[in-house]
Design a protein around this ligand. Structure first.
Ligand SMILES: Nc1ncnc2c1ncn2[C@@H]1O[C@H](COP(=O)(O)OP(=O)(O)OP(=O)(O)O)[C@@H](O)[C@H]1O
Ligand SMILES: [Mg+2]
Length: 255
């Protein structure tokens, strides 16, 4: 079987920065699987995600979409972005239309879909993300959690095969959080690959199939959620890297 998206030995340094943000990351995203990416601030999670739809291009290494190496011409990038949708860590980086309806419609219209198909997708995505009553609101006048849901609706309206969510779950109230995690779970059950960055260990444990821990631009561990969280030795090892001062209690908290 071929993963939908595969990263191989990806290296990346931001221009002008003193050290690399990614130093040899390999990771596969499989249809039907949910991945949680953990790791301290600055460990490279967002940088890795931005490589997944070609916003950043590796200095070294390769990214494969359905087994074919990603090329970076305009047409290939359009194709990549149709397949891989990302909800950015900061929704203000994502929302640029005057109102919510225009924002959620932007992706499908840009794909060249008809007005009818666009409307169908926008309505379905708006309903899923519970933003139907916000469609006529100006995007700048929304709360943080509402912006996050609008950004997710914009991604869902593209009907991508890979959905990547960078931390925004943290900005949602507990009700919406469960709703959105439920939606992401159903998308995986429908055969999509879903990946999210989080600092929430309990979420990683109960929601994810695979847990990836990043450190200093590398994948420190990638394993099933069950095997990571059921190993005391692994939890003791990972504790300081994913749970800060609470690490001694990680084992108690999650087991
Ligand atoms: N635009 C940028 N220009 C220069 N350096 C950057 C830029 N964005 C990130 N970095 C650096 O790259 C490294 C990885 O950052 P990244 O944002 O990928 O981490 P992260 O794991 O997503 O962190 P967080 O949990 O805070 O979101 C850090 O050292 C960071 O300072
Ligand atoms: Mg980040």
């Amino acid at each position: 079987m071929t993963p939908i998206l595969r990263m191989e030995d990806v290296h990346y340094s931001y221009q002008g920065s003193s050290g690399p943000a990614l130093q040899g990351v390999g990771l596969s995203l499989w249809a039907g699987k949910k991945i949680a990416v953990l790791g301290r601030n600055g460990s490279g999670k967002s940088t890795l995600f931005l490589h997944c739809n070609g916003i950043l291009r590796p200095d070294r290494g390769h990214i494969y979409l359905a087994g074919s190496p990603v090329k970076y011409d305009r047409k290939s990038l359009m194709e990549l972005r149709r397949e891989v949708g990302i909800v950015f860590q900061n929704p203000d980086d994502q929302l640029f239309s005057a109102n919510v309806l225009q924002d959620v419609s932007f992706g499908p219209l840009n794909l060249g879909l008809s007005k009818e198909e666009t409307r169908r997708r926008v309505e379905a995505a708006a309903e899923q993300c519970e933003i139907s009553d916000l469609l006529n609101r100006p995007t700048h006048a929304l709360s943080g959690g509402q912006k996050a849901r609008v950004a997710l609706a914009g991604v869902l309206a593209m009907e991508p095969s890979v959905i990547i969510v960078d931390e925004v779950i943290a900005s949602l109230d507990p009700w919406m959080r469960e709703q959105i995690l439920g939606i992401l779970h159903s998308l995986a059950a429908d055969g999509k690959a879903v990946m999210l960055a989080t600092h929430d260990l309990a979420l990683a444990r109960y929601w994810a199939d695979l847990v990836v821990v990043m450190e200093d631009g590398r994948v420190l561990v990638a394993d099933t959620s069950d095997s990571i969280f059921s190993s005391d030795a692994m939890m003791a090892h990972l504790g300081p890297k994913v749970a800060g001062a609470w690490w001694r209690r990680v084992g108690e908290k999650v087991s």
